[in-house]
Design a protein around this ligand. Structure first.
Ligand code: UDP
Length: 241
């Protein structure tokens, strides 16, 4: 299946993508290589919004499992996403890519609040916009934050960088003959509970007709390749097979 090319995209990276080989937190070399991927994509003419998770630092569910109040733990998770956003902003600016961070939890001293029209202007001026703190509410994830920002910024697609090269019918790290899809519909993803993004994020993309492109971000040069319609990836869309 040939993939369409896009103009404005939202890239979602999990916090773990900033961890590299370290077991926790932010590895500056890994952040620098991720920033180089983003720069390459931007240099090829795309308007880029970025959402980065916080799982390398703190996940609300993990805190709740150990007895914390879930909402309190989720707010800590949202703050973790702001740290990752600032790390990525720093790495991008070291590569000469102008970047703005907008947080769904207001913190004037470190970044802008989310203001859609201002974000629009940043993109027009060639800046990368990193949206931090997810949707700004507990009981959500940054997948939902990514889907929400992709919708309000009218992105042509949501690119989800993972550690595998697409969506499979079973976990390819556990099942040797797992089948990879080139394309799969939103409805099948939801009905079969395929691991793409959490269900609320998938439903938001489905309802707003925003395709999700799942690809391997750990392979150097792959983001630019997949953006140009090449390389392995799975497209999730409203088209039924
Ligand atoms: N989070 C939240 N609301 C949001 C986005 C994130 O409460 O809108 C919290 C939640 O606790 C989550 C954590 O922030 O576990 C880190 O985000 P996520 O798990 O999505 O990170 P990723 O798995 O992508 O690294």
């Amino acid at each position: 299946m040939t993939r369409p090319t896009y103009r404005r995209i939202l890239l979602k990276l999990s916090g773990e993508a900033l961890m590299g080989a370290t077991p926790f937190g932010i590895d500056p070399d890994t952040v620098a290589s991720m920033a180089a991927e983003v720069k390459a994509a931007k240099d090829s003419g795309f308007e880029l919004c970025l959402v980065i998770g916080g799982g390398n630092i703190f996940r609300g569910m993990a805190g709740a499992a150990k007895g914390m109040d879930r909402a309190q733990a989720d707010y800590m998770g949202m703050l973790a996403t702001v740290m990752n956003a600032l790390a990525m902003q720093n790495a991008l600016e070291q590569l000469g890519v102008p970047t703005r961070v907008q947080s769904a939890i207001q913190m004037d001293q470190v970044c802008e609040p989310v203001i859609r029209r201002r974000a629009e202007r940043h993109l027009e001026k060639g800046r990368v916009v990193i949206f931090a703190a997810g949707v700004g509410a507990p009981y959500f994830t940054t997948d939902s934050g990514a889907a929400l920002r992709a919708a309000e910024m009218k992105c042509d697609a949501l690119f989800k960088g993972t550690s595998v090269d697409g969506v499979y019918n079973a976990d390819p790290k556990k099942v040797t003959d797992a089948k990879r899809y080139d394309h799969v519909s939103f409805n099948k993803v939801l009905a079969d509970d395929l691991k793409v993004m959490d269900a609320s994020a998938v439903a938001l993309c489905r309802d707003n007709n925003i395709p999700i492109v799942v690809f391997n971000i750990r392979e150097p040069g792959n983001l630019a390749r997949v953006l140009s319609g090449e390389g392995d990836a799975t497209v999730v869309s409203n088209q039924e097979d």
